[in-house]
Write a protein that binds this ligand. Structure first.
Ligand code: C2E
Ligand code: MG
Ligand code: MG
Length: 285
């Protein structure tokens, strides 16, 4: 009896795995087509200077509107794109679109400094033509120093240190800045901060989720602020959802924030209205 139950379990497990594999394959082929047919789009979430409320810039976040007009969030397809290598065409599309958008805002006479943060994944950084791609995107759209910041996670840095470091220094000379995404979650040594050209750390939202109650958490954030400032880095808190969290972050000396308290990610055509009347600020780093 027990044996029969075991077999049934294996069968169910097999079915589930097969179902998942089919679903992934479906997403992969749909996504491949969607990249070619321009069914991806970017939303832009403002990054705000905490003391002044000024807009520093925006993070570009990719979305996928499939043929049934359903908008799929990146957590459901970016990991699959990373596994299948589709992240390369996807990442190139994001880079192009974000740079084109900055150029368009500029040409419409937006006086704001408006830098755009672009997320970069491991395979992109490892690709031999990555630096060239970034440079030609900057050149093709007539962008200037400081117009784009590339976001890299700590985990990504640990794995691709040698080649990645060269690419980062090369791009830094051409006016690109780098932010550490999901800072504080990577269990990594901080030594990479000594030799890589970062200008800001983006504090992972998990640090904020227990505020205001967690005193230990406040002490941790304060220590991170001090460490960042001692190294000449700015600190951007991600996932700021309440006025209370904002107040605490200000008191702890955090420089910038991003989160629903300020704004959800916006469609590109809403950005202009959003920043109207808001001051712009100097760039981080
Ligand atoms: P991320 O780079 O850390 O982006 C921040 C995520 O937090 C975004 O989720 C954003 O919508 C969400 N968020 C913003 N404010 C709040 C808040 O107050 N509370 C909470 N709970 N969440 C907030 P999204 O857009 O779903 O993106 C998820 C992740 O997907 C990103 O995390 C990034 O790792 C990845 N991703 C997004 N766009 C791209 C892209 O173009 N390329 C690559 N490689 N990855 C991307
Ligand atoms: Mg990011
Ligand atoms: Mg982040």
């Amino acid at each position: 009896r027990a044996k029969r139950g075991g077999k049934a379990c294996v069968a169910i497990f097999d079915d589930e795995l097969r179902r998942q594999a089919v679903a992934r394959q479906r997403i992969e082929s749909d996504l491949r087509r969607s990249i070619e047919q321009d069914e991806l789009f970017l939303q832009y979430q403002p990054i705000i200077e905490l003391d002044t409320g000024a807009v520093l810039g925006f993070e570009a976040l990719v979305r996928w509107r499939n043929d049934r007009q359903v908008v799929i969030p990146p957590r459901e397809f970016v990991p699959i794109a990373e596994e299948t290598g589709l992240i390369l065409p996807l990442g190139n599309w994001v880079l192009e679109r974000a740079c084109a958008q900055v150029a368009e805002w500029r040409s419409r006479g937006l006086s704001h400094a408006l830098s755009v943060n672009i997320n970069v994944s491991k395979k992109q950084l490892a690709a031999s033509d990555f630096a060239d791609r970034v440079q030609s995107a900057l050149r093709n759209h007539g962008l200037q120093r400081g117009d784009i910041n590339l976001e890299l996670t700590e985990t990504l840095l640990m794995d691709s240190f040698g080649h990645g470091a060269m690419v980062l220094r090369d791009l830094e000379e051409r006016g690109v800045q780098f932010h550490v995404d999901e800072f504080g979650t990577g269990l990594s040594s901080l030594s990479y901060l000594n030799c890589l050209p970062f200008s800001a750390l983006k504090l992972d939202p998990s640090f904020l989720s227990s505020l205001p109650s967690g005193e230990a958490n406040q002490a941790t954030i304060q220590a991170i602020v001090q460490m960042a400032h001692a190294r000449g880095l700015k600190l951007i808190a991600e996932g700021v959802e309440t006025a209370e969290q904002l107040e605490i972050l200000q008191a702890l000396g955090c420089d910038y924030g991003q989160g629903y308290h300020f704004s959800h990610p916006l469609d590109a055509d809403l950005v202009e209205a959003y920043i109207e009347g808001k001051p712009s600020t100097r760039r981080a780093g």
